[in-house]
Design a protein around this ligand. Structure first.
Ligand code: GP9
Ligand code: MN
Length: 712
């Protein structure tokens, strides 16, 4: 091989010299000769070149259909990266016997098109690119998601053109006899070296285009859209595979860097809470009931159809609660489980895998564990299988004494995914009565189920009209007549509102029963929407910009200030969820609306201040301490403050206040977000809280064992 490379190198040098000299003498003729030679090379290696072109093309197609910008379509960076990888993969084919070449190229093309298809489908649902680390959790998404046929679009299958065109070319070449080769069984080492050289040059050109930000983001893998935009989907997937196996090989690499990140991030953290405000200790010793409200969005609150409230009960509760109206969940691929995790630990989801599934065996400082130290009994309740999201194991890790799951409930009424909320609450009340009698103080989490996508069990939700009724004067009869416009009827969002209305009625009954049973006398109720319902943008456009004359969506233009533009950034703001703290005290005097931006990771520090517990490793803040200065970081590196929503994927932003935004401000917040995500990831993946505790323990052992001076 060494000899062949040397020979090829001498040949290239000689050819290059010759071409250069000819070019100086007769540029026109030489250019023509070069073009002819290229054509000749392509003709003699048609299959290889078709392989290159189609696989680079499907990479471009994927970026276009997911990220949707023209500059993205024309961006040379990812094209170079895709080409380098495809060249490398194609080069290998020349090292194979001729008869194995086509099967090999076909297999690679199938794999590459599958990568594109999977990413395309995944992007539709999660607005992000797929991770192989999520394969273990894929079954959860399949079990609870929209039926797969609802998700698939024609464009998801365009990528099969790669293996199809390759096959057509192969049979065409075979038929026309161009495939026949004198040395059929021979490997073409020279061609392989040439192709590898081509891959090397392309890679070099690609590396020249990279900025330090590109490299940093590739290494961290938070910002998946950005990576695909700059590195192409193939390089993204390669990196994703490396990142996904990394945790399995923690002891082999990454540990030292992670430890450094962790140590630096937490080095100035106090061992105990350092601040005080008027909420410090107000609920000390009280019971806590948490309602994890499936897919409940903040935009439902106050929304009406023909004068009927979508969530009359929640609206009533909001008035008597400390209501956080600018609150975001911070979920990644682990949705419900990510929220449970962040709510209870103030850490973020990881950049690969799902914490509940991949990192359930780590050590965390959690709300249930801290409350247990204060004598609380802790439990969780959910009508679905205990194994779903690996809750059986993870609820134990989080410190719940008891997890009441499907096997503890009678499945007597099924809506959507399983046990209906009404039946779940009814059966839970019985368990709660007992706990309230025997186990005070307690901390309990109730995880609801009915209001879950795909919201198609409409018949069971009960009546809720999402049409638009209008009273129109009829000149002929001289009377007003009711005209019904379809509005949201038949849309996914319309069905969602029906489902929400059901879930709200069930919650209303539950709270009435809690009050009746006296369970709320000494209990604080925390209610949060676990994440948004992932409703299509077009449904929001219809909701806000409905043209009842034509039963269609008005297209926004500058002349219409009423028109609500729904782009990818405004959509993110609509993903807000509600958070409420409700108790006797809030009903009497503490009720208020808190409008400062807040994330799921701020709940633990905020509650900690009220109930008297503190987590040194919390990433969020007590909202009553940080107030206007807060920042909510999302798992993909995007962030939001009271001033702007920043999209780190495409570096665009949406102003939320009329103030000057400086480049320094954006940089400062973006760095803050990246440091926080890196620290969180390092903490979880490398189990560093456990390590910190063990180090502290061994340090204190050492101090204890040290002989007291002068006693020896
Ligand atoms: C299933 C439920 C749904 O038990 O918690 O999980 P999600 O799909 O929302 O992550
Ligand atoms: Mn959920």
């Amino acid at each position: 091989m060494k000899k062949e490379i040397k020979n090829q190198w001498t040949k290239w040098k000689k050819n290059f010299k010759k071409v250069y000299e000819n070019f100086r003498k007769n540029p026109k003729k030489t250019t023509l000769t070069i073009l002819n030679t290229i054509m000749e090379i392509i003709k003699n290696n048609t299959l290889f070149f078709v392989f290159l072109v189609v696989n680079v093309f499907i990479g471009i197609l994927l970026r276009y259909f997911t990220i949707h910008t023209v500059e993205n379509l024309l961006s040379i960076k990812p094209i170079l990266a895709d080409l380098a990888i495809v060249l490398l993969l194609g080069a290998i084919s020349f090292g194979l016997k001729e008869k194995n070449r086509f099967p090999y190229l076909l297999t690679v093309s199938i794999i590459l098109s599958i990568i594109c298809i999977f990413n395309s489908v995944y992007y539709t649902f999660y607005t992000s690119f797929i991770s192989v680390s999520l394969i273990v959790t894929a079954r959860y998404a399949v079990e609870v998601g929209d039926s797969i046929t609802n998700l698939l679009k024609i464009q998801d299958f365009l990528y099969v053109i790669s293996p199809i065109l390759l096959t057509i070319t192969y049979f065409y070449l075979k038929k026309t006899g161009r495939m026949a080769h004198k040395e059929k069984e021979k490997r073409s080492i020279n061609k392989m070296i040439n192709a590898l050289f081509g891959a090397g040059v392309t890679l070099f050109l690609f590396l020249l285009t990279l900025t330090p930000t590109d490299i940093g983001r590739y290494a961290n893998q938070w910002n998946r859209e950005y990576i695909v935009m700059s590195f192409g989907v193939y390089a993204y997937q390669v990196n994703d595979i490396v990142k996904s196996v990394e945790p399995q090989l923690t002891s082999l690499f990454g540990y030292d860097k992670a430890l450094k990140t962790f140590t630096e991030y937490y080095q100035d953290r106090a061992e105990e809470q350092t601040w005080k405000n008027k909420y410090t200790g107000i609920f000390e010793g009280k019971n806590i009931l948490v309602i994890h409200y499936e897919s409940m969005q903040n935009s439902n609150i106050g929304l009406t159809f023909n004068g009927q409230e979508v969530t009359p009960n929640l609206n009533r509760l909001v008035k008597d609660s400390i209501y956080f109206s600018n609150f975001y969940s911070q979920v990644s691929g682990g949705t419900s489980s990510d929220t449970e995790f962040t709510f209870n630990t103030s850490l973020m989801p990881t950049n690969s895998g799902t914490v509940f599934v991949s990192y359930f065996n780590r050590e965390y400082v959690s709300t249930p564990l801290l409350l247990k130290e204060k004598g609380y009994y802790t439990f969780s309740m959910h009508g679905n299988n205990g194994s779903f999201w690996n809750r059986n194991a993870m609820h134990e890790t989080l410190g719940y004494d008891r997890f009441f799951s499907k096997k503890d409930y009678e499945i007597d009424e099924v809506i959507g995914l399983g046990l209906s909320d009404r039946s779940f609450y009814r059966q839970s009340i019985e368990k709660l009565k007992e706990i309230n009698e025997k186990n005070q103080p307690y901390y309990g989490t109730l995880i609801t189920l009915t209001n879950h996508t795909p919201f198609d069990d409409v018949d069971k939700y009960g009546e809720f009209d999402v049409t638009l009724k209008e009273n129109v004067y009829n000149e002929e009869t001289g009377e007003y007549e009711e005209v019904i416009h379809p509005y949201m009827d038949g849309t996914k969002m319309g069905n969602y509102f029906k489902s929400v209305h059901y879930a709200d009625a069930a919650l209303g009954e539950f709270i009435d029963n809690l009050e009746k049973e006296g369970i709320l006398d000494n209990t604080v109720l925390i209610i949060y929407g676990d994440h948004d319902a992932r409703l299509p943008k077009t449904d929001y456009r219809r909701l806000f910009n409905y043209d009842l004359e034509t039963d269609s969506i008005k297209s926004c233009n500058d002349e219409d200030p009423e028109c609500v533009v729904i782009d990818s950034n405004t959509y993110e703001l609509l993903r807000k969820v509600p958070l409420l703290i409700y108790s006797k005290e809030t009903k009497e005097k503490l009720h208020q609306e808190v409008t400062n931006v807040m994330g799921m990771y701020d709940v633990m520090p905020t509650l900690g201040n009220m109930f008297g517990f503190y987590n040194k490793y919390q990433l969020g803040h007590d909202i009553f301490n940080i107030t206007d200065d807060n920042i909510v970081v999302f798992p993909n590196g995007n962030w939001v403050t009271n001033k702007i929503y920043y999209n780190a994927q495409n570096e665009s932003w949406l102003p939320l206040k009329e103030t000057e935004i400086s480049a320094d401000y954006i940089k400062e917040c973006t760095d803050y977000a990246e440091n926080l995500l890196n620290a969180s990831n390092a903490t979880i993946v490398f189990d560093l809280i456990k390590r910190a505790r063990e180090t502290e323990e061994s340090d204190s052992d050492y101090i204890e064992e040290k002989p007291i001076e002068g006693t020896e």
